[in-house]
Design a protein around this ligand. Structure first.
Ligand code: GDG
Length: 529
């Protein structure tokens, strides 16, 4: 149960967002676009059934539908989505889920083209690049296949832009188009080729890191340049952290010769167009996470997970994703048991892993590596009655929330991560005064580092020491830190993330409408980091 004063903070933020949304969308229509939509349809014996799409982006974005009823343009990902798209034809599909509602428009893409756009360019090429995951002496190998896939990536972006342009045409009011993530880098450029009303606005929010300019040199000049030229056609470009924003400015300085870059105002003028840059650290929908935490479903999962806990329990929850650095986390735990055998039989490591991108070879191999390392630890330190690592692989959000309530230590050690919502959800729902062991590479460290134990993700000795420090911490310090973390998260609820963006759009539109037409900076560049 949340402290009533914190609950009031959450309510006040929601009311603030409600007010801003009511003002802005009184005369504007919101159009969202992302690769994955808020719902995925599967064919079952009972017919087509919709369930909420997975992943951090959808988790966060689904909350928008509580305040506004946007159009959401997304790719049809499953066979069920394609059937729904065909049945719906020109009509948008209405989707409602837990007080959120959307009008969804699926884009149907030829499977081969989708595979090139998603399975070759978005993941791995861009994802690996933006998480510093390439093995530079060997990969990426930009051969004919990659070039062909890049052309398909552009073609899919063109389809997105065309679908959005149609939505714009039919929108009852001036459109605000909010684009999301690295699958859609070319959409701003293609969208600008369509006629847009004068008081429309295009924003782009990047959920993943933006690396420094040197690393972008792994991408051929032509690709790099086109991506930058397209992104600088947005009106507002949002990043998770100030660091990624600075990296973007530096990348433009290095590779966009004609751009004027204003580091003070975080603004870029390129080919006569001004783009405002800002850090909007994404957050969680505190109220709905708390409500879910109090649900019967989660309570029943807590009972079921109990046998997987020890006297003290280290928990991690991640997609099976190499950038989440899961294997090193286990190696640090192994070192802990080796150095401090008194933990054997007492401390368990419960890892909840959600399968991800198993069509990409590296991800399959990574899952195998996880199996090997955990199998080894359990063989070495476990016996028939007790095993140190409990590995739970599968997708189940309520179960993940139940595990977050139960940790004594939450390990979040990604090599690099746009934000990391698990750290914020954990801080909100945990019931044991749990300690957060957090990588300096997670975007969330810009906000939570004062109250977490910060580690370098490659350092398994340092990680092991932080795990030990967390396990040995006095109850008073644990609870003080846990409370401070929770307050930090709650002060910047997801509604504030949205409110900051809506307010900046509002300001921009007001500036444009004003007689001076002087390009002022967007307000409050400092944000909350
Ligand atoms: C990307 C960026 C950024 C957990 N188990 C299940 C499940 N979850 C939820 C978690 C959390 C979300 O999925 C994962 O979000 P993360 O932020 O941890 O990571 P990514 O998926 O990599 O998200 C990331 C985020 O976008 C938002 O901008 O923070 O940096 O990489 O909420 O609790 N969800 C479902 N089933 C599960 O079993 N559906």
């Amino acid at each position: 149960m949340l402290d009533p004063s914190l609950l009031r903070v959450v309510e006040a933020q929601a009311e603030h967002l409600q007010r801003i949304s009511a003002e802005l969308f009184a005369d504007h229509t919101l159009i969202l676009a992302s690769n994955r939509g808020p719902v995925e349809y599967t064919m079952t014996d009972r017919g087509l059934e919709g369930h909420r799409g997975s992943g951090g982006l959808v988790t966060a974005m689904s909350a928008i539908g509580k305040y506004v009823s946007p159009r959401w343009v997304a790719a049809a990902m499953s066979e069920g989505d394609r059937v729904m798209a065909q049945t719906a034809g020109e009509t948008a599909l209405h989707w409602e889920h837990e007080a959120s509602q959307f009008d969804l428009r699926f884009i149907t893409i030829e499977p081969e083209m989708y595979q090139a756009y998603y399975g070759t360019v978005s993941n791995p090429l861009l994802w690996f690049l933006q998480h510093y995951m390439w093995d530079a002496p060997r990969t990426p190998l930009i051969d004919e296949t990659i070039w062909a896939a890049w052309r398909d990536y552009k073609a899919v972006n063109r389809l997105f832009a065309a679908a959005i342009a149609e939505e714009v045409e039919h929108a009852p009011q001036a459109p605000i188009v909010m684009l999301h993530d690295y699958h859609l880098y070319y959409v701003p450029a293609y969208l600008r080729q369509h006629e847009l009303p004068a008081d429309s606005c295009i924003t782009f929010f990047l959920h993943i890191p933006w690396p420094g300019p040197d690393y972008w040199s792994l991408l051929p000049q032509e690709m790099r340049l086109e991506v930058l030229e397209s992104l600088t056609k947005c009106d507002i470009l949002g990043f998770q952290t100030h660091r990624y924003l600075r990296n973007f400015l530096n990348t433009c300085l290095a590779y966009l010769p004609d751009a004027q870059i204003d580091y003070n105002q975080n603004r870029i003028v390129c080919q006569g167009h001004t783009t405002h840059l800002k850090a909007y650290p994404i957050s969680i929908d505190v109220q709905s996470v708390i409500d879910l935490g109090n649900s019967l479903d989660v309570r029943s999962f807590r009972q079921r997970l109990r046998p997987y806990t020890g006297d003290q329990t280290i928990v991690r929850i991640d997609r099976v994703e190499p950038s989440k650095n899961i294997v090193r986390g286990f190696k640090a735990f192994e070192l802990l048991l080796e150095r401090y055998p008194e933990y054997i039989g007492r401390v368990k490591f419960m890892a909840i892993l959600v399968p991800s991108r198993l069509g990409v070879e590296e991800y399959q191999r990574y899952l195998e590596e996880i199996m090997v390392v955990t199998g080894w630890i359990n063989t070495r330190y476990g016996n028939e009655e007790w095993q140190p690592v409990e590995l739970i692989v599968g997708e189940n959000y309520p179960r993940a929330i139940a595990a977050m309530q139960m940790y004594d230590v939450l390990l979040v050690n990604p090599l690099i991560d746009g934000m990391n919502l698990v750290a914020k959800e954990g801080a909100t729902v945990n019931e044991r005064g749990g300690v957060l062991v957090l990588s300096e590479g997670a975007g969330v460290a810009e906000q939570l580092s004062d109250h977490a134990l910060i580690i370098s993700p490659t350092d398994i000795v340092g990680t092991m020491e932080a795990l030990r420090q967390a396990l040995e911490m006095s109850p008073t310090e644990r609870h003080e830190r846990a409370l401070a973390l929770r307050e930090e998260v709650i002060r910047e609820d997801l509604s504030m993330w949205l409110a900051h963006q809506f307010r900046d759009v509002q300001r921009l539109l007001e500036q444009r409408a004003s007689a001076t037409r002087k390009a002022l900076p967007l307000v409050e560049q400092e944000t909350s980091a």
